[in-house]
Design a protein around this ligand. Structure first.
Ligand SMILES: C[S@@+](CC[C@H](N)C(=O)[O-])C[C@H]1O[C@@H](n2cnc3c(N)ncnc32)[C@H](O)[C@@H]1O
Length: 211
């Protein structure tokens, strides 16, 4: 851990936390698009191999769209892949926001908000100083591991600030769950050993109720 981070935490730690994610897009009957920056062709091949091993066939309705949110527009990338922005759309954006600059996040949220009936679910992390000394130490250790892998954490949000941002962009229904609330709401899923990544919050923002 960097000395400055350790000083901010008050102590150091090396605890690790695993995170498991499910490729929900493989089970969707409607057109689905997987947008991500493919770090290397090998990484993408590895991901596809893991899906195969898990017995999850990729449906014809699934399209992979390589997009770097820092450099490319989500709107352009999706349009080029056949996405219809006049239809309702759900965006699963878990595990990505913390790796992006604030500007890239806000611009991408603008694109999602520009779709007449849209919903987005994403994780975010509160600033280090919002956490208890123990929580801060764990979080900083996770951030350092991510940085060591070449994926530094770039953006943090305060819950009230984020809620105001989302409402300002036209999302009328905003729900923000902390880890403890998720554990309470989904006890059976979490009891299976599924662990939540260090994001700390999951937000659902909708422009109009879709369900
Ligand atoms: C911890 S992974 C989780 C992603 C996803 N939820 C999953 O299960 O694969 C972080 C993801 O953030 C994506 N990412 C990081 N920076 C990005 C950028 N600038 N543009 C697009 N995707 C980015 C990476 O491609 C990576 O897939």
């Amino acid at each position: 851990m960097q000395p400055a981070l350790r000083a901010a935490c008050g102590r150091s730690s090396s605890s690790a936390r695993a995170s498991i994610r499910f490729p929900c897009a493989t089970r969707l009957p409607t057109p689905a698009f997987v947008c991500s920056k493919s770090i290397t062709p090998a990484t993408q091949a590895w991901k596809r191999e893991r899906l195969k091993e898990a017995g999850l066939a990729l449906p014809a309705s699934l399209t992979f769209v390589p997009i770097d949110f820092e450099r490319q527009s989500l709107a352009k990338g999706l349009a080029g892949a056949g996405f219809r922005s006049d239809c309702p759309a759900f965006f699963q954006w878990l595990g990505v926001v913390v790796y992006l600059s604030r500007e890239a996040i806000l611009v991408t949220l603008d694109v999602i908000a520009s779709i007449p009936a849209s919903a987005v679910v994403f994780e975010y992390t509160e600033p280090f100083e919002n956490h208890s000394p123990e929580g801060c130490t764990r979080l900083m250790a996770a951030a350092e591991r991510a940085a060591a892998r070449g994926e530094p954490w770039l953006s943090f949000f305060n819950p009230t600030e984020l809620s105001a941002i989302l409402r300002g962009k036209g999302f009328t229904d905003v729900e923000d769950l902390r880890v403890a609330e998720m554990v309470k709401r989904y006890p059976s899923a979490l009891a299976t050993g599924l662990s939540i990544s260090p994001g700390g919050h999951v937000v659902r923002a909708e422009k109009r109720r879709m369900m």
